[in-house]
Design a protein around this ligand. Structure first.
Ligand SMILES: *Cc1c(COP(=O)(O)O)cnc(C)c1O
Length: 426
């Protein structure tokens, strides 16, 4: 067996399909975000502007957050020193879980290594503990939720993205007596659209189903205290399990769930992904808590972010660029072809020092390849205009479509029938 050749072939397949991923080597400079030092393949360094970070509010460089991490590491050391059960449960982690439960007004919270792990562990464990559970999952759910559903081994049904008539059909077919869990997201991060949470909660009540929401792209960003879309819409108490991350708007690392005490206690007690791994380090927990607590009382970052996102949408749309209309902080600009999407991204970096990673299949459906732009409150108006000018130049050089109707693009691509997304998000 030619093992080396086998892996080379696997990689070649990706290259041929224009799906081979190249990572940008970045050195973010605290205090100057969204500026960063980029090093090309020859290790030549230059300054660029990042336009695709999930550090949506720039909290990764907030002085309180950096200070919490530094001071805690100096006092408590680096690692946690063990699993949660064996010497790893550190004081800042306990305080972090309290802060998260308070954020979502739930009885308890549980922290995991990442948002990915929290979804996989919590969905699979909760579904497995419910006899004959039917898991009902939105078509565009993130790869980590799909992993959780698979891992549970329970029967699953997928409803068309945000389609409440289809969800009702599935619930009716299952009947009121069968145990069910509906899993979905609040903000879908590639199209920037939002789930009809209240309708889902109503249906869940009517059909006696448990509800599990991923608010990863909404925590820190929406609601009076930054608890997400459920908080903004007064619906936190109507959702059984709320999942989030500390790696995006909170600017650090780690994932979590919040729920009733018995649900959290059950996941704590049964989920291997939680039990058999080292706890998060104290410095990281302290930094995450500093960020969460800051955003509970400060709306300045959220408002600045919303303002710049809205401005950018207007500026790009006015210039004729194919911006997908969204009600959220995400600004997708459609290219519709994998090769040209990569070419546009390369040209932005090489000629304009602007970094926007191309988003291709399987993260989004084919023909909806895009540049996914995430402005932060730290992107100045001047930067917005720089970006517009660079995009218009690239669009002209590559002869990319302008003035196209992008409002129904994902739905069309999905309904063309050739795929259910294997992985999305991130
Ligand atoms: C990024 C993401 C996750 C994973 O969170 P991490 O903390 O980065 O592991 C989960 N769900 C969605 C929808 C995401 O986009």
């Amino acid at each position: 067996m030619d093992y080396r050749g086998l892996f080379e072939d696997a990689i070649d397949t990706l290259r041929k399909e224009k799906r081979y991923r190249v990572f940008a080597d970045l050195e973010r400079v605290a205090g100057h975000f969204p500026r960063a030092i980029f090093r090309d393949s020859a290790d030549n360094a230059r300054e660029i502007t990042i336009w695709c970070s999930n550090d949506y509010l720039g909290m990764g460089q907030h002085p309180d957050v950096i200070r919490a991490m530094q001071e805690t590491a100096a006092k408590l050391g680096t690692g946690a020193g063990g699993t949660r059960n064996i010497a790893g449960t550190n004081r800042p982690l306990v305080e972090l879980e309290r802060s998260l439960a308070d954020l979502h007004r739930k009885e308890a919270a549980l922290v995991f290594t990442s948002g990915f792990v929290s979804n996989e562990a919590a969905i699979s464990t909760i579904a497995r503990l419910i006899p004959n559970c039917l898991v009902i999952s939105d078509q565009l759910n993130h790869a980590s939720m799909i992993a959780g559903v698979r891992q549970s081994g329970m029967e699953k049904k997928i409803f068309r993205h945000n389609d409440m008539a289809h969800l009702r059909e599935i619930l009716e077919a299952a009947g009121k007596d069968r145990p069910k869990m509906i899993v979905f997201e609040s903000v879908y991060s590639m199209d920037g659209d939002v789930a009809p949470i209240e309708e889902i909660a109503d249906l869940a009540e009517e059909f006696n189903a448990l509800t599990y929401i991923d608010e990863v792209h909404a925590v820190g960003m929406y609601g009076e205290r930054g608890a997400g879309i459920c908080e903004r819409e007064g619906l936190m108490h109507r959702i059984d399990i709320i999942e989030g991350t500390m790696a995006k708007a909170f600017g650090v690392l780690g994932g979590y769930i919040t729920a009733s005490q018995p649900i959290v206690d059950a996941v704590r007690s049964y989920a291997s992904e939680f039990i058999f791994t080292t706890a998060l380090p104290p410095a990281l927990c302290a930094a995450a808590r500093a960020s969460i607590e800051h955003l509970k009382s400060s709306s300045e970052e959220r408002e600045g972010q919303q303002r710049q996102a809205q401005r950018l949408k207007e500026i790009l749309t006015e210039a004729g660029l194919p911006v997908m209309p969204t009600n959220t902080h995400i600004v997708p600009v459609i290219v519709g072809d994998a090769r040209r999407c990569k070419a546009a991204s390369d040209m932005l970096m090489e000629k304009h020092n602007i970094y926007i990673q191309p988003i291709n299949y399987p993260t989004v459906p084919k023909d909806t390849e895009r540049l996914r732009i995430t402005p932060t409150p730290l992107h100045t108006d001047e930067m917005l205009f720089e970006l517009r000018d660079a995009l218009v130049k690239v669009w002209n050089v590559l002869d990319l479509p302008m003035h196209t109707d992008t409002s129904q693009l994902t739905a069309q691509a999905l309904n063309s029938g050739d795929l259910v997304l294997p992985t999305n998000g991130g």
